[in-house]
Design a protein around this ligand. Structure first.
Ligand code: GRF
Length: 212
């Protein structure tokens, strides 16, 4: 069975969705950059090994990345999943995990990379928003896209209501993408990912729409 290490920094709801999806994978460990992360307790409740590599304990990014990679590699995972991991990782780290480092981002990339995606989507007035699972490359939030889910932006949305709608989809597509990885369905070539066996639906998604 393949093995997975999940990296978190906070509440860990995506990590929880990965655990509860009961994927055919051994979750070897959950590693947090933040000793206070709520997700650590959830992982422990599921009897999953936890580790902390506290970002504050390292003088710079290189030292942190080195310590983190050592910790990850001690579990020899086939795949590393960032799930609300709030540190920017250096090029050397990212290249070391080429093709086996995934992230979930709360926007339809390449729109709204970075932070505060829901507020920025509302400010921009987009009618459709969503989330993206992608392989990680050195440029933050720009790696090859594996899958995306779109949701409508509703007239009364606040960043709280919009983020809740997007988060529901995050919890659905992240386990799905990891399942595809485990089933060897993902082919990564240059900046593109294809999914073998996927059924592509070519109907349009409109938001808003008028009846009749
Ligand atoms: C999620 O929206 C994820 O897409 C983003 O940070 C948030 C983390 O939430 N990268 P959680 O810790 O998984 O609950």
């Amino acid at each position: 069975m393949k093995s997975l290490v999940i990296l978190i920094s906070g509440r860990g709801s995506n990590m929880q969705a990965l655990i509860e999806a009961r994927l055919p994978v051994k979750i070897a460990a959950v590693i947090s950059s933040n000793p206070e992360a709520g997700g650590l307790e959830i992982a422990r409740m599921h009897s999953i090994e936890t580790r902390v590599v506290d970002q504050k304990a390292y003088p710079d990014r290189v030292a942190f990345d080195t310590a983190l990679a050592e910790k990850i590699d001690s579990f020899q995972p086939d795949l590393v999943a960032l799930a609300g991991f709030m540190r920017i990782l250096g090029d050397k780290f990212v290249e070391h995990y080429h093709g086996r480092l995934m992230n979930i981002h709360p926007s339809l990339l390449p729109a709204f990379p970075g932070l505060d995606t829901h507020t920025r989507a509302l400010t921009a007035g987009v009618k459709i928003h969503g989330c993206t699972v992608h392989f990680v490359t050195p440029q933050v939030d720009h790696g090859p896209i594996i899958t995306q889910a779109a949701v409508p932006v509703l007239p009364d949305d606040t960043s709280r209501t919009l983020s809740a709608r997007v988060l529901q989809q995050e919890h659905r597509i992240y386990p799905e993408a990891i399942r595809w990885f485990l089933e060897d369905r993902l082919q990564l070539s240059h900046n593109h990912v294809s999914v073998s066996g996927a059924i592509m639906d070519d109907s349009a998604l409109n938001s808003p729409k008028l009846l009749g």
